[in-house]
Design a protein around this ligand. Structure first.
Ligand code: SF4
Ligand code: SF4
Length: 592
C-alpha cells in the first residue's frame, strides 16, 4: 500500500475513486473547489460543474437513484442553495451511495458568512462525518458510501478550510467497482406527494435511531486516555489536531461521526474525567446536544462562536480556565500580529474600468458574489450591496418596487458564472414585472474567484470537452428583453455613454460587458511607464486602485513586474505622462 501527501480535498476525491463513485457533481466554491477538479482526473468517473449547487445535488440524486455511487461537493453557503432538494432527499433516500460534502469556512477566508453547516445534517436528519486530516477524509468518504447504502440515506461529510487545504499523508487503496445498483421504480419512496411523504417521515425518524446506534460503535469515535483525569475534552474535525497540539496529555473523546451523537460513549467518557470541555469551531453544536441529554459540561462558553480556532487560542482559554480566570467568552480570537493585506482587484483587471465609470456616474451599485466584489474596497469603493449568489438583480428589483425612481440611479452588477448560477430567475422576474432596471453582466468568460473554472457560458466541460456554450445575450433577448447591449470596449468615454443611455431608459436593459479575465486570457501587453518629467502628481491615475501604480516623492510610478499594459491609467492622465518606455532610456515614451 503506497502513501501520498494530499490535501483534504484531494483525499476526498481519492476516497470517492476508491469507493467506486462513478458520478461527481459540484459548483465551484472555496474551499471545496479542488474536490471535483481532482476527482475529474480519475478514470471512469463522470464529473461535471453544475450551474449551481441545487442543480448539482439534483443531478447527484438522479444518478444515485439510477444506482451509481455519487459525490456532490459544495462550500457551506452552497448548501443553502441546495437545501431544498436536500431536505426531501432525506425522505427519498438513495439508490447508490450519495455523499454530500459541505466545506465550511470558519474565519471567512473567502466567504460572505461563516455558518456552521453541521446544523444542516441535524436539520435534514442525516448522518454527519467530520474528518480531522486527509487520511480520515479519504477513509470517511469510503465509509460514508457504505453507511449511505446500508441506511438508505444521504450522508454529509463536513470539512473546514484547514482540512480542505492542508496536507497530510494518505495511504492509497484500490478502487472497488461495485457497479451500479439496479434502478427500482418505487413511487411511494421516490415521489414525495404529501400522502407518500407522510409515510416516509416515520422512516426518517426510525433511521435516526438506528444511526445513533451506528455512531456508538463507529471506529471514527474514540476515547484517548491522558495522564490526568482532571479535564477531558470532546472535539471533532480540525479542533482535534489543535487540542492534541495544545494539550497532548489530556484525555480526549475524538468524534468523527458527529450526528447523531454517540450519547452512551459520551456518558462513559464523562464518567471518567472530572471536568468536561466541549471545544468546537463556530457553534456549540455538540455541546448543546450533550447538555440536552443532561450531561454536565464545564466552561460551556469558553470559546466564542466566532472565527477559526488555533492551538494558541485553545491553550490560552484552557490555561485561564485552569487558573479560574474569566475567559472572556464573547471575545473574537485575538488579532494576529502579521500585517493584513486586503484583497484587491488584479492589476489590469478588465472590469476595473467599468467600476471606475459607475463610481464616477454616482450610481447605486447593487453587487453580487465574484472577484469583482473586491471593487467594494478602497480605493474604488464602487459597490453598495452584496448578499449572496444571484441576489443583485432581485435586490435592484426590490429597490425599484419600493421606490420606482431608483431604477434611474441603480445598476445591478453580476458576473457571467453567477448569472448562470442564479441570476436568470430574478431577471425573468424583472421581465415579468415590467421592471426598468439596468443589469450589467460582467462576462469574463470564466469563474474567476474560485480559480478559472468553466461554466455553461464557456462551452468547455470540467473534463475539457468542447460543448455548446450558452449565449448570455441571446438568452436575455429570449426572455423578451429588447434592450440588450453587447460591448467589449475598454474606452472609458464609450463605456460611460453606454451606461448613461441604458440607465436613463425607461425599459429593462442588459449590458453584456464581455472582456476576458486578464489572468486567464494572458493577453497582457508591454508594461507602461510614467515619465517623471511630465507627471505633476495629480493622482488621477491612482483612482481606479490598480496595485501596479504607487506614489513616490510626489510622482506616480508603475511596477513593470505586475503591470499588464491594460492602458486604463493612461486614459486618465491628462498630461500624457503614461506610455511605453523609450528603448534605451529611462525617461520619455515611444510613440505607439
Ligand atoms: S496599464 Fe495602468 S491600470 Fe493597467 S495594469 Fe498597468 S498600471 Fe495598472
Ligand atoms: S495621472 Fe498622470 S500626471 Fe497625474 S499622477 Fe498619474 S501619471 Fe502623474
Amino acid at each position: 500500500m503506497t502513501g501520498e501527501i494530499m490535501t483534504g480535498n484531494e483525499a476526498i476525491a481519492r476516497g470517492a475513486f476508491e469507493a467506486g463513485v462513478t458520478v461527481g457533481t459540484a459548483y465551484p466554491g472555496t474551499p471545496s473547489t479542488e474536490i471535483l477538479e481532482s476527482l475529474a482526473r480519475y478514470p471512469g468517473i463522470e464529473c461535471n460543474w453544475s450551474a449551481n449547487e441545487k442543480v448539482a445535488l439534483e443531478v447527484a440524486i438522479g444518478a444515485s437513484l439510477e444506482g451509481a455511487r455519487v459525490l456532490a461537493a459544495m462550500k457551506h453557503v452552497g448548501v443553502n442553495v441546495a437545501a431544498d432538494p436536500l431536505l426531501t432527499l432525506s425522505y427519498i433516500g438513495v439508490g447508490g451511495g450519495l455523499v454530500l460534502v459541505s466545506a465550511d469556512d470558519p474565519g471567512m477566508h473567502s466567504s460572505q458568512n461563516e455558518q456552521d453547516n453541521r446544523h444542516y445534517a441535524r436539520f435534514a436528519k442525516i448522518p454527519l462525518l467530520e474528518p480531522s486530516d486527509s487520511q480520515e477524509a479519504k477513509n470517511f468518504v469510503i465509509a460514508a458510501m457504505d453507511i449511505s447504502e446500508e441506511y438508505d440515506t444521504p450522508v454529509m461529510l463536513r470539512t473546514t478550510t484547514r482540512i480542505s487545504h492542508s496536507r497530510t499523508v494518505v495511504k492509497l487503496g484500490e478502487r472497488t467497482t461495485t457497479g451500479n445498483r439496479k434502478y427500482q421504480k418505487k413511487p411511494a419512496k421516490h415521489v414525495m406527494l404529501p400522502g407518500f411523504a407522510r409515510q416516509r417521515h416515520p422512516f426518517v425518524e426510525k433511521r435516526l435511531l438506528a444511526l445513533a446506534n451506528e455512531a456508538e460503535k463507529s471506529p471514527f469515535n474514540r476515547i484517548e486516555t491522558g495522564t490526568s483525569n482532571e479535564i477531558g475534552i470532546i472535539c471533532s474535525g480540525i479542533v482535534y489536531q489543535y487540542v492534541k497540539e495544545a494539550f497532548p496529555s489530556f484525555p480526549v473523546l475524538k468524534l468523527g461521526f458527529t450526528f447523531p451523537l454517540p450519547v452512551k460513549l459520551i456518558e462513559k467518557f464523562c464518567s471518567e474525567v472530572e471536568k468536561i470541555l466541549v471545544i468546537e469551531e463556530l457553534d456549540p453544536f455538540m455541546a448543546e446536544q450533550i447538555k440536552a441529554h443532561g450531561i454536565r459540561i464545564s466552561g460551556y462558553s469558553l470559546f466564542a462562536p466566532i472565527g477559526e480556532l488555533s492551538p494558541e487560542i485553545i491553550h490560552d482559554r484552557i490555561s485561564r480556565f485552569q487558573k479560574n480566570v474569566n475567559p472572556a467568552s464573547a471575545e473574537a480570537p485575538p488579532e494576529k500580529t502579521i500585517p493584513q493585506r486586503p484583497p484587491i482587484l488584479c492589476p489590469g483587471c478588465s472590469h476595473r474600468g467599468i467600476f471606475y465609470t459607475l463610481k464616477k456616474l454616482k450610481l447605486r451599485i447593487v453587487g453580487d458574489i465574484g472577484c469583482y466584489t473586491l471593487a467594494a474596497l478602497y480605493p474604488l469603493q464602487a459597490m453598495d450591496t452584496c448578499v449572496c449568489m444571484g441576489a443583485s438583480i432581485g435586490m435592484a428589483l426590490g429597490m425599484e418596487k419600493a421606490n420606482p425612481r431608483t431604477s434611474m440611479q441603480t445598476v445591478a452588477v453580476i458576473g457571467d458564472s453567477t448569472f448562470l448560477h442564479s441570476g436568470i430567475t430574478p431577471l425573468i422576474d424583472a421581465v415579468y414585472n415590467d421592471s426598468s432596471i439596468t443589469v450589467i453582466i460582467l462576462d469574463n468568460s470564466t469563474t474567476g474567484m474560485t480559480g478559472h473554472q468553466e461554466h455553461p457560458g464557456t462551452g468547455t466541460t470540467l473534463q475539457g470537452k468542447k460543448n455548446k456554450a450558452v449565449n448570455i445575450a441571446a438568452l436575455c433577448r429570449g426572455l423578451g428583453i429588447e434592450r440588450v447591449v453587447e460591448t467589449d470596449t475598454s474606452d472609458l468615454d464609450t463605456l460611460r455613454r453606454i451606461i448613461e443611455k441604458e440607465v436613463a431608459s425607461r425599459e429593462l436593459s442588459v449590458i453584456v460587458y464581455r472582456r476576458p479575465c486578464i489572468l486567464k486570457s494572458r493577453t497582457s501587453s508591454d508594461p507602461l511607464h510614467i515619465d517623471p518629467e511630465k507627471c505633476n502628481g495629480c493622482k488621477a491615475c491612482l483612482q481606479p486602485g490598480c496595485p501596479s501604480i504607487r506614489f513616490l516623492d510626489g510622482k506616480a510610478l508603475i511596477d513593470p513586474g505586475t503591470c499588464t499594459g491594460c492602458g486604463l491609467c493612461r486614459q486618465l492622465c491628462k498630461r500624457d505622462a503614461i506610455g511605453i518606455r523609450k528603448k534605451g532610456g529611462n525617461r520619455g515614451h515611444e510613440k505607439d
